[in-house]
Design a protein around this ligand. Sequence first.
Ligand code: 4AD
Length: 460
Amino acid sequence: SKKCLERISLIRICTLPKHITSSEHFVALYSQLRKDGWVRSVRSQKEVLFLHINDGSSLESLQVVADPSLEKRDLTFGSAVEVQGKLVKSPHRMQNMELQAETIRVVGPCDIWSFPLKMKERHPLEYVRQFPHLRCRSNTLGALLRIRSEATAGIHSFFQDNGYVHIHTPIITSNDCEGAGELFQIGVKKTHFFSVPAFLTVSGQLHLEVMAGAFTHVFTFGPTFRAENSQSRRHLAEFYMVEAELSFTESLQDIMQVMEDLFKTVTSTVLSKCPHDVELFHKYIAPAQKGRLEQILKHKFMIISYSEAVEILKQAPQTFTFKPEWGCDLQTEHEKYLVKHCGEVPVFVVNYPYDLKPFYMRDNEDGPQHTVAAVDLLVPGVGELCGGSLREERLPFLKSRLQRLGLTDAYQWYLDLRKFGSVPHGGFGMGFERYLQYILGVDNIKDVIPFPRFSHSCLL
Ligand code: 4AD
């Protein structure tokens, strides 16, 4: 049967196992092919014209072999083409198949003189960052975006497979979940639109807590926004957060187990589904990361308490810009040292000072160093990857804390949740870009999101 399979993606052609590509069945099925894509390289020899075309489905490009008479002036690097021909087994060791072109049509030419990407060059991430509208055509960003897509699917599968209900929490909200004042206010000129001040969400947690009062296990995965005036390599103004909330749990251990299982399951999925794309990062961007993840997946994550962390920092043989003291927030330099001290592996830090953390965290009722049941997961190279806690489900405790903060009126609905069938519960949030940064070893968070937004920058 002669089929013109224009929609067969390169990933299916280039990654077919050898025994399939050489089989009679395959050749019969795919012998006549129309392939669309963008030219990654052109090499014209006296007797033969070689092209490599890529359609974004794979790091690999399909080799096209053509008669030089098919060469056209606008058949250049970067141009969009449609090639029709015969798919045959390639005589070259490095590839399974090649396309013997019968026709080549340039669908969209490319002005190579002003095109910022150059043929066969490995462009640094900082360079391509200047071209957010074109960088997805580079190998590195192509690989990143495919990994991002697989990781997204992996996160959804993890939760769905474990019985969680996916909730679309709102992007526009009237609450400041974290109470850190990092809100983007919307509709400043149209103050009456909602009749109350409205903001872009910093976290879907409080809305998830509403849902956890009906569904036991819920999750959300969407954009969150923080007006942090930071140019740091791990902060964005718009980032994606994976959040989960679990009812009927009294133990921080349960929350940590879900964080660890999520991390390990999604990472295994990415490693098995995108081996070549991940390899590109571990070969050219972060060679030290090669083989590390596989090791990390095999071992249980470490757990230390905040108080232990402060002791470790106090005994460190180095001085810190911010002197470590019980009651002070852990700074990036502290997180870095703690991870190094623990052997460059992920480490949970639990039970933070009561006064450091937001109103919703559960009081441990300990003393004299008063703490809440909070947990942060720190990872090498990135610092804080996840933040979570048990939530204060006891009405009197929550009421008095909100009263002290002068927030009782704004959070009447939240107090209601503790009046009507309240249960012990907890949850966490994981920064999706920080997750990608860590597993791929990417230094700057701006290189793991398609269109980064940060202070003084909103290109496109
Ligand atoms: O620790 P955070 O602030 O926790 C919360 O927002 C909780 N309400 C989540 C929950 O319990 N449902 O943020 C969670 C994670 C951080 O650990 C970090 O990975 C990421 O979100 N994050 C950022 N990522 C990129 N840019 C920023 N500006 C970020 N701020 C936080």
